[in-house]
Design a binder for this molecule. Structure first.
Ligand SMILES: Cc1cc2nc3c(=O)[nH]c(=O)nc-3n(C[C@H](O)[C@H](O)[C@H](O)COP(=O)(O)OP(=O)(O)OC[C@H]3O[C@@H](n4cnc5c(N)ncnc54)[C@H](O)[C@@H]3O)c2cc1C
Length: 379
């Protein structure tokens, strides 16, 4: 058993959010170590890789990860009515997650963060003046502060009294050779993806990521959808990957000398399951709060508590609103969804108003407006 030096910060988990957190804190001059259980950063990723352009404006993200731009999206109703959203500028990028994650890890290393791969943290213990972690191989490390960026692995949370997100949905995805895939397609309907949607996100004209995010039976729904697409698919056997996605903000993401960030804190858009941008926002707030707390020399729970307040002020309304819209969608019949499509096809003014309010990452405004307009339509 090896007992080592005292770091300022230990980051547990080397996904995009953990690596970005390590990068910011190392850049601020702290002695940072990051432990990732996989032997390679970005290796076992299940993700469609759609990230709004705002994330690339707000954060220093590796441009070489971008595969293509998203400028338009077509929505399909249960009976195949369509609505198309277009923009003159790119609203999002589709990225290669492996290149993205590795690129952020490289930034962190360049700023001095020590990234240790193949190191699974099994235990975490908070002391009065330090945090100790124990690896699967028995090694122990210590730091003044620890950050949990473990994604949907919550095994460490309960050891230190941090909350997990209240619920989860299933994310399933496959990558296939497909014909005529020019822009993202979104499919709604109870037989397709109840309370949610199924997506086709092109990587180029012949290759796309297809997936859905449902409460249950995600793989079954995806298989059925692929059968439906049969004519367009160039390969019949595809491998489907599965991963849970956090659904709702964790209540308590701060304890004495520890914080959770990213999906470990439930920083995920509940409308789409997108977790990278919200996780980066959480990461930036965590780094800012920690830097101030270090300068004050006070790393107690009380001193770090503003992290929970600030990130929730920024994101919780969005997260809750997304849950509400999914609940409504879950209760809607296919006929009801079709009626909304027909109404939007017919009433250009409603469509224009909604189109104006669309923001790729913050959906509460457009949801409120849509509900207001819908209420009028129903009356
Ligand atoms: C099908 C699907 C599609 C998605 N599509 C999108 C999308 O298009 N856009 C988007 O923004 N988001 C998408 N997401 C969500 C997105 O992938 C996650 O929200 C994002 O990866 C969260 O980043 P993170 O750094 O918080 O966690 P993760 O990326 O999960 O990273 C956590 C890391 O911690 C490591 N780890 C865990 N426990 C330990 C431990 N005890 N010790 C050491 N290491 C540990 C893991 O190995 C992992 O590398 C999708 C998710 C799914 C399932």
């Amino acid at each position: 058993m090896v007992m080592s030096k005292m770091y300022d910060v230990i980051v547990i988990g080397g996904g995009p959010v953990g690596c970005y957190t390590a990068y910011q804190l190392a850049e601020a001059g702290f002695d940072v170590a990051l432990f990732e259980e996989d032997e390679e950063i970005g290796k076992k990723v299940v993700c469609t890789g759609v990230i709004g352009t705002q994330a690339f404006r707000e954060f220093f993200l590796p441009q070489q990860a971008i595969i293509c731009e998203v400028k338009s999206i077509t929505f399909f109703s249960p009976s195949s009515l369509t609505l198309r959203y277009t923009s003159s500028k790119a609203i999002a990028y589709v990225v290669d997650r492996s290149i993205l994650d590795k690129g952020i890890a490289k930034l962190a290393r360049e700023k001095g963060a020590e990234i240790q791969l193949g190191q699974q943290v099994r235990k975490i213990k908070i002391g009065q003046d330090k945090v100790e972690v124990e690896m699967d191989k028995g090694d122990r490390e210590k730091a003044k502060v620890a950050i949990l960026s473990t994604g949907v692995n919550y095994s460490l949370h309960s050891q230190i009294g941090l909350d997990t997100p209240p619920s989860f949905v299933q994310g399933v995805q496959t990558e296939v050779q497909i014909e005529n895939s020019k822009e993202p397609e979104i499919y709604l309907g109870n037989s397709i993806s109840p309370g949610s949607f199924t997506w086709i996100v092109p990587l180029n004209e012949n290759r796309a990521r297809i997936g859905n995010l449902t409460k249950r039976k995600g793989i079954l729904y995806l298989r059925r959808f692929l059968e439906r697409l049969n004519e367009r698919l160039r390969e019949k056997q595809t491998q489907i990957s599965y991963k849970p996605v956090a659904y709702g903000a964790a209540k308590k993401c701060v304890a004495h000398r520890v914080l959770s960030v990213g999906e470990a804190a439930g920083q995920v858009k509940t409308t789409t399951g997108g977790g990278i941008f919200y996780g980066l926002i959480g990461s930036r707030i965590a780094a800012q709060v920690l830097i101030k707390a270090f300068h004050r020399g006070d790393l107690t729970k009380e001193s770090l508590a503003e992290y929970d307040k600030i990130w929730k002020d920024r994101l919780e309304r969005e997260i809750n609103m997304g849950c509400r819209v999914r609940e409504i969608l879950e209760k809607m019949s296919d006929k009801g969804i079709d009626r909304i499509f027909k109404w939007l096809q017919r009433v250009g003014s409603a469509r224009d108003l909604i189109q104006k309010e669309v923001n790729f990452d913050f959906h509460s405004k457009v949801i409120s407006l849509g509900m207001k307009l819908l209420r009028k339509f129903i009356q």
